[in-house]
Every structure is written in C-alpha cells, then in structure tokens.
Design a protein around this ligand. Structure first.
Ligand code: 0WK
Ligand code: 0WK
Ligand code: BGC
Ligand code: BGC
Length: 917
C-alpha cells in the first residue's frame, strides 16, 4: 500500500470517526438497508399502479409497453442501421448480423455531437439534424445505394402502440426541443429522412435505450431480461408477463416494459427521503417536479448535488475556510467526471486537490477528505437507490416465474455505471443484500444500445415475415362467412339427397332411418341394460327408469377399454370382447340370471330395417374390425352371447350415439329433437317428418334420421376448402377418402391436422428453429386433448411450453404462441364447420314446420364439445349466424347416450308389448 494511500486512510478514518459536522448534512443521504427495502416496496407498488388499467393514467412510474416481445433467437441476419439518441452522445451504427448460428455481428459506428441549439431548438431542426447525420454516415460508409432497415434508440419516455411508433410524453435530461412532445417521433424522423432523396431507410423499430441495452446483452446471454441505464439519465426495463399488462391486448408470453423509473417519486412518494439539496437541485433544473428519482441518481445531477452540499457547508464555514468561490456558486460547475475522479481513492487526495484547485477552492487536506466523503455519500446513495428499485424488478420477475430462487442477467450501460470507480461495486453489493434469492449477473453492454436496436429491428422483421408466412399457412383454414353460408347450403342439399329415394343410393350423407319415432313421454319404466360403443370409452350400463310422479332414471355403469388390437382385429374377437365385458358387469351387478332388455348404442353408420336391426355400412374413427361391414351388428352380438353361453339377454334396440344423446336430453326437454356428437367422431341426428323420408313406408309422424354427416364431402363437394394438411391426415388415416367432413371437425383428427401444420411451419423455419424432432414426426402424438389444454384462456405460455415438452417438443415463447395460434385456427375451423352443418339441419326443421321462427333444443355430447375451451361457443355462434330464424338452445347430455338407449329400449319394449296384445 503506497505511503500517500496509507496517509489518506488514516486521515479519513480519523475524520470520520470524529464525526465531522459534515455528517449533519449527509446523514439524510445515508440510506440503511431497511430504508432501501422500504423504497423497494414503494417501487413495487408504483410498478403495479403503472401496469393496471385504472391506475396507469395517474401513475408516476409510467411502465410503458415497448412491443418488444421476444429476445433474439440467432436467426436474425442482414444489415441494419441504428440511431442512438438521448445519452451523452449521439451514435449512428451500421450493424451486420450474421446468421452463422453463433450470433455474431459486426458494428461500424460514428458519433455525432448534439449541440445545445439542437437539444433545445425546435422539432423540425432536431430531426433534420438527425437525418443529415445519417446521410453523412451513409455517405461515409458508402451505403447510400442500399435500402436498409433502421432501429431508432430514442432515450426518452414514449407511449407506443406498436414497435415502429412512439409518442413522446416528455423530454428529460438536457433535451428540451419544442413541438415534439405528444407527437410520434418516428413519423417526424420519416418526414426528415424523406427530404434526403438519396437515402432509403425503413424505420422498423423505436426502442428506449434500456430496451436496446437489454437486447444487446440478450444477444450474448439469452438469460438477459432486464436492461438498466445509469448514465446521464437513469431507467430500467424488464420482460413482464403479458397477462399483467392491462394496456396491451393478449395474455400470451411476455413484453418488455420500459419502467421510466426516473419519474419515481414525482407523485411525492419519495418526499420523506429527498433532502433540501434534492429540492434545490430540482428547482434549478429544466423540469422542476419531474424525474425526481433520476435527479437523486444520474450523472447529469450528481455533480450538482455535490456542489450544493459543498456550497452549504462552505457558507457555514465548514469547508474552504468559508470562502465561497464563483465555481461553487455556478450551477453545473461540478460534473460527474469530477465526482468520479475524486472517488478514485487509490490515487489518494491528488485528484480531489487538483479539481478543487481548478475550481479556485484551494482546499486543505481535511477539505479534500470531506469533499471526497461528500462525493462518496452522494454516489453511494445513488447506487443504493438504483439497487432498491432494481430489487423490486428482480422480485417481480422471480414472482412471475413462481420461483423461490432465480438466476438472471441484467444488461447494463451508462457512463456513471461504466466510469465511476465505485458505483458498480456498490450497486452489485446492495442488490445482493436486498434480494438474496436472486443470483444476478450484471452484463456490461458491448457496443451500446444501437446493436440492440438493430436486433429489435431484425427480430421485428423476422417476426413480421414469420407472421406473414404463418398467416399464409393459416389463411387456408379461415372460413369467411360467404364460404360458411355456401357450406350450409351444400350440407342442406346433401341432406335432401339422402332423403330422396332416387338419390339416396349415391348420397354421401346417408340420412339413415333409425326407426325411433318419438322422444320419451315419461311413461317409460323398467330395468334395462345398455352398451355404449364407439366413443372414447366403452360403457356397460344398468338403467332403472321410473315413470309417473316418481319419474326418474337411475344408472350404474362401468367403463371398459377396447384395446387397439380388438378395434382392428376380427369382428368375432370384438364382439366376444364386448360380451366378456357384459359378463363382468352382470357378475359385478349380480344380475347374470336376469334376461334384461338391452339397448345397444353403436356409434357407427348402420342401415336399419327396424329398431333392432342394424347393418354396419362402414367402420369409422379408430375401428377396423374385419368381417363386420355389411353385417348386422345385433346378430353379431347375439351370436357372441350365444358363443359364451353364460347368460341370455333381450337385445331390443340398436341406436346411434347421436340418437341416444337426443333421447337422453329429450327426457328432460321435450323440445330436444336434434342429437349432436362432437367427439372422437362427429355426427348429428334429428326428428324428420315421415313424409320426407322416402325410403320408409308411411307419411304420418316423425322418425329420427341419423344423418352420418361425417361423410359430407366424400363426393368432393368440399374439396375446395380442404387443405394440404387435411389431405395428409386423410391419406394417413384408416379410411382414406372417407369421412372427409369428420376429418376436418372431430377429435380423432384435429391433433393430427395441427401436427401436419407444425411440421410444415417447421420446414419453413418458422418453428422449433426449423428442426423437426422425432416426436413431431410421430403420428397421433398431438392428441386433441392437447389442443384443449393449449387453448385454455389465461394459460400462461410456460404452461403451453410444458405441454409441448411433454410431447418432446422443446419450444421457445414464440414457438408456443404460434402453436397456440395453429391450434386455435384448427379448432375454430372445426367448430365453424360443425356450426354450418347444424344450421342446415335446424333450417330444414324450420321449413319442415313451415314456421317463421323455430325454437328447438339440440342435445350435445362428445369430448370435443364438452372439454374444448372454445369449440361449443364458436359452434353455437355460427349456428346463430347461419340460421337467424331459429332459436337454438343447446343442452349438454350429462349421462351419455346409454340412458337414451335404455329409454329407446323402454319405448320399443312398450310398443312391442302393445303390438303383442
Ligand atoms: C450507451 C447507450 C445509449 C444510452 C447511453 C446512456 O448506447 O443508448 O443512452 O449508454 O449512458 P450515457 O451516455 O447517458 O452515460
Ligand atoms: C358420450 C356418449 C357416447 C358417445 C360419446 C362421443 O355416451 O355414446 O359416443 O359421448 O364422444 P367421444 O367419447 O367420442 O368424445
Ligand atoms: C429517460 C429514459 C432513458 C434514461 C436513460 C431518462 O431520462 O426518460 O427514457 O432510458 O433517461 O437514458
Ligand atoms: C360415426 C357416427 C357417430 C359419430 C360420433 C362417426 O364416426 O360414423 O355414427 O355418431 O362418429 O361418435
């Protein structure tokens, strides 16, 4: 340790210990950690106010959305220009970003002065000056022939509604240009640039220097999610959860918030901490009452604070023998560089002596020590106050992530932080004490925020291109109203084809008579068995129906699995499996001996000649058992029961799940004359007038028609809305060319459509960094239940990423936003398509009844309808749109179609007994 340093330390310790009167002034500037923690809490409250819709207009800390949503992902490339205005220097950069996966970029820069007359002139002059400098820069760098995108770092508070626009709220620091406040600075820049015919730049992004700094550091450290400037001014930004930003639409992902913490305390929140020197400094500033926090911290003001303290001490004879020099009386005479120099303790008192002498103060050694002390206390307070506010931001980030401990990186820039000998250390230590649960890496920005602005422009360009390509890909899934009306009419035509004798045979929408002629009338009673096959679950049910006053239905059911090898084995194995389950259930219920009537819900297209006959037209969904198509499934069940020879049952009815669902709901609401299934498969049935069912004898009354609308389009009539993704899914299905409408609308296929689109977007480099992982190649991996999970409102993106991770898909925030959009596009199309089909059915019902307005209830079931967060709502809205003369109520079938099958069995049984008499 050098002699002079030793001498200094001894003197200082002695001076300090002896509690110089200087402390009378300085103790207010000493902030204990308790006080700092209180400042942290106050700032947290201010942040909340700035983010919330109702308090943000009056909030002092503005919390300005920056529309920067994502960090660079390394695919940014190309040449960019960047302007960096608002710090101590005005920089222009030429940034070349290389898509070499190593996130490397090259920077060529030039600084331009910001003369006072420009900083305090009028707007047109300022932007003309900027344009002239840019023109000069492009001349120098021989860029005038290039059309280049530009990122504009503008280090003042701006209200933004999009990246490429910013309305100046107020000037700060040493800027005070007339006619700019409350105007969009990007349009002003554009106007000035247009005066230069020989330069062609596109301002893609306006960013605050804190945001530019965060992005610059984010390029080197992906963990960087906070940007901090401690220079001429001070400010911080950080990545906030969208769901907390009331002023911006959407809940997905994060957005960078420019806190503008310089204004913390402008509402009096820090008045108890502001000293007389702070108040005096503020009164003498360009913007009294504004930026009060900044005026306690940043380099533009610290020198002045020191001057005011020294002036007071000198006036009271405590320094320089009470001789007040002109310098001490001159505002701005002591600058940050002086304070920094004087705090270079390794150099002892020499700097201090030299500087004070230059200021004609001729200090004693004690004076020097005292002045150093004042500098130390003032700059320490600055560092600590920064730490307190930063601690609030770090705590919020940790809470947003619901972490107990958090590692993060703070990108930092600014003359005070970079050049002051002690500031950085003090800041780091204070942050360490205030937020011990956060492990913070402070990363100095390399190349200034200009590079960051270029990165933002590059990300903006990438996102814009991505969005354009995403919209192109998803455009094919959008069904404008005109198309929907058309589809409604096409469905209507197909319904008619299916009903008419001469066209029935070729019809794709088969319109299968079910021989169910009425909905329940409450007289049904007895004990019935029901089987429910064809949906997600195979159920065996015992249903007890009571009529009259004690009218009720009691059900006991058991779910059994249908293994894939049974679904796609032989018909015999399938029906033996069904009877095995039946036997287990009868055993379990202890009713093996009872020859109960049974209703068989068989959710596949069956041509019926009567209520208890059903010939399978063709398998759908995941079933492909052999030797069944063209066979009567009731016979096959009876044979299987016979083969087992353990019990006997009276199979009274075979019904489609849509019919069972209609009956189940009809038991509660007699107005229910339509049954809708939107589940693994999709289908609808409705009560049709017998006179319209030409293939069944008789014109009286009604009969339920199982439309089997899943096959709509198998004749190519909807090929014009089928996309390449639909064709992929169809070709990869068990029944290519069949059930085309079902493959665009039902749970068995929606996940596969999404997977096909994700593969296509990944191939285009729009997703997963262009890498198609093994899991993404796996057919059926993207089950429809994942759509429902991913599309759940308020599901934060981390949870979407969690779902994708379960699928072995490692995704970025952006990826998950895109995946969510793809899911929404696919499920919305499905719901709108179903809505168009259903509108055709209810309109037919209305015309059947020849009424102006129809009131009708639709009984609905199926996992897609029940569990998807938006499907049922969008379907209902579409029906309302396309069948405006129908008041359609939707009734969720609580008990599945098994109950309906039992009710049908009861009716059939009653009719049968009446027939016997
Ligand atoms: C360098 C950044 C610039 C920022 C400046 C702040 O590139 O955007 O405004 O730091 O520090 P100052 O120059 O005010 O000390
Ligand atoms: C529950 C019904 C059943 C029907 C199923 C359809 O009880 O008959 O097949 O809904 O929905 P999924 O299970 O296919 O989603
Ligand atoms: C401005 C901020 C800026 C900060 C640092 C403040 O005066 O209001 O927008 O980020 O200075 O340059
Ligand atoms: C079947 C229909 C059934 C629907 C819903 C379709 O695949 O063809 O009979 O109603 O799925 O389960």
């Amino acid at each position: 340790m050098s002699w002079s340093l030793f001498a200094l330390t001894v003197t200082r310790t002695w001076v300090l210990r002896s509690k110089m009167p200087v402390d009378r002034y300085l103790y207010q500037l000493r902030l204990s950690d308790d006080v700092l923690l209180d400042v942290t809490a106050r700032f947290q409250a201010e942040m909340g106010k700035g983010l919330a819709r109702d308090t943000s207009p009056t909030a002092a800390v503005k919390m300005l959305p920056s529309f920067v949503r994502s960090l660079p992902d390394g695919s940014e490339k190309g040449d960019f220009l960047a302007l960096d205005l608002g710090g101590s220097q005005f920089h222009i950069h030429w940034v070349k970003e290389f898509d070499d996966g190593k996130q490397s970029s090259q920077l060529e820069s030039k600084s331009y002065p910001t003369p006072k007359e420009v900083m305090q002139g009028n707007g047109a002059e300022l932007f003309d000056y900027i344009a002239d400098c840019l023109s000069d820069f492009m001349e120098t760098k021989n860029l005038k022939h290039k059309k280049l995108p530009l990122g504009f770092t503008f280090s003042f508070p701006c209200k933004q509604t999009k990246l490429e626009e910013g309305v100046l709220l107020a000037w700060t620091k040493h800027f005070r240009v007339r006619g700019v406040q409350d105007t969009d600075v990007v349009s002003s820049l554009h106007r000035a640039l247009q005066k230069h015919q020989d330069i062609d730049v596109d301002v893609l992004a306006l960013v605050n220097d804190t945001v530019g700094t965060m992005m610059t550091c984010g390029y080197d450290d992906q963990r960087c999610e906070v940007g901090l400037i401690i220079g001429t001014g001070t400010n911080a930004c950080y990545m906030e959860e969208m769901r907390h930003i009331d002023l911006v639409e959407g809940d997905e992902g994060r957005m960078c918030i420019n806190t503008e913490w310089g204004a913390f305390g402008d509402d009096g929140a820090l008045d108890d901490l502001r000293t007389e020197f702070d108040r005096e400094l503020d009164l003498g500033s360009l913007n009294p009452g504004k930026q009060l926090f900044e005026k306690m911290i940043s380099s533009l003001y610290l020198g002045e604070l020191v001057r005011l303290i020294l002036l007071k001490m000198t006036k009271e004879g405590l320094l320089f023998n009470g001789k007040v020099s002109t310098a001490l009386l001159t505002k701005g005479k002591i600058e940050m560089k002086h304070v920094s120099a004087m705090e270079k303790y390794k150099e002892g008192l020499s700097n201090t002596k030299e500087i004070l002498t230059e200021l004609k103060l001729f200090p004693s050694e004690e004076d020097c020590v005292a002045v150093q002390h004042v500098c130390a206390v003032v700059s320490s307070r600055s560092a600590k106050l920064c730490a307190a506010a930063l601690a609030a931001i770090l705590t919020r980030l940790r809470e947003n992530k619901q972490l107990l401990r958090m590692r993060t990186t703070v990108g930092i820039d600014g003359g005070l932080y970079k050049t002051h000998p002690k500031f950085a250390g003090r800041l780091h230590r204070a942050v360490g004490r205030l937020v011990p649960a956060c492990e913070v890496r402070f990363l100095r920005s390399r190349g200034g925020s200009g590079r960051g602005a270029a990165v933002v422009a590059a990300v903006a360009r990438r996102l814009a291109a991505q969005r354009r390509r995403l919209h192109t890909a998803l455009a094919a899934l959008l069904l404008p109203p005109a198309i929907l009306w058309e589809l409604r009419d096409k469905m209507r035509a197909e319904l008619e084809h299916g009903l008419k004798r001469e066209t029935q045979a070729q019809a794709t929408v088969k319109m299968l008579p079910t021989f169910v002629r009425g909905t329940p009338d409450g007289t049904e009673k007895g004990k019935f068995l029901a089987l429910d096959l064809g949906g997600t679950n195979f159920r065996v049910l015992l249903v007890k129906i009571k009529s009259g006053r004690r009218r009720s239905v009691q059900m006991y059911n058991k779910i059994f699995a249908i293994p894939l090898e049974i679904m796609q084995g032989t018909g015999e194995e399938l029906f033996d499996h069904i009877v095995q389950c039946l036997a287990d259930f009868l055993e379990y219920m202890g009713i093996k001996g009872a020859r109960l009537p049974l209703g068989f819900t068989f959710s596949f297209p069956c041509r019926q000649a009567s209520i208890d006959k059903g010939t399978l037209v063709g398998w759908t969904k995941g079933f492909k058992a052999t030797d069944c198509e063209g066979e009567d499934v009731v016979d096959m069940l009876r044979e299987a029961i016979r083969r087992r020879n353990e019990f006997d049952l009276d199979i009274v009815a075979v019904v489609n799940d849509t019919v069972g669902t209609m009956m189940t709901c009809g038991y509660e609401d007699p107005n229910c004359e339509i049954g809708l299934i939107a589940g693994t498969g999709t289908n609808v049935c409705y009560m049709e007038d017998m006179k319209n069912i030409e293939i069944v004898e008789g014109n009286e009354g009604k009969m339920c028609i199982n439309t089997e609308w899943g096959a709509f389009g198998d004749n190519g009539c909807i090929d014009y809305i089928r996309t390449k993704y639909d064709r992929e899914v169809d070709e990869g299905s068990l029944n290519p060319g069949k059930q085309r409408y079902e493959k665009m609308t039902s749970g068995m296929y929606l996940g596969e459509i999404v997977r096909q689109i994700l593969i296509d977007l990944t191939k285009q480099g729009l997703l997963f960094r262009g890498h198609i992982s093994e899991s993404l190649r796996k057919k059926g991996i993207f089950e429809t239940k994942f759509l429902s999970q991913i599309e759940r409102d308020r599901l934060a993106l981390p949870q979407v990423r969690h779902v994708l991770r379960q699928l072995g898909l490692d995704s970025t925030c952006e990826d998950s936003i895109i995946v969510k959009e793809v899911c929404a596009a696919v499920s919305t199309r499905a719901a709108r398509l179903c809505g168009a089909g259903l509108a055709a059915v209810v309109e037919k019902k209305r015309e059947n009844q020849g009424v102006e307005r129809l009131q009708i209830t639709v009984g609905a079931d199926g996992t897609l309808y029940k569990l998807h967060p938006h499907f049922s709502r969008i379907l209902q809205e579409t029906v309302k749109e396309l069948a405006p003369q129908c008041d359609v109520s939707f009734m969720l079938s609580e008990d599945g179609s098994g109950k309906g099958a039992a009710l049908i069995t009861a009716v059939a049984k009653r009719l049968h007994n009446v027939g016997q008499k």
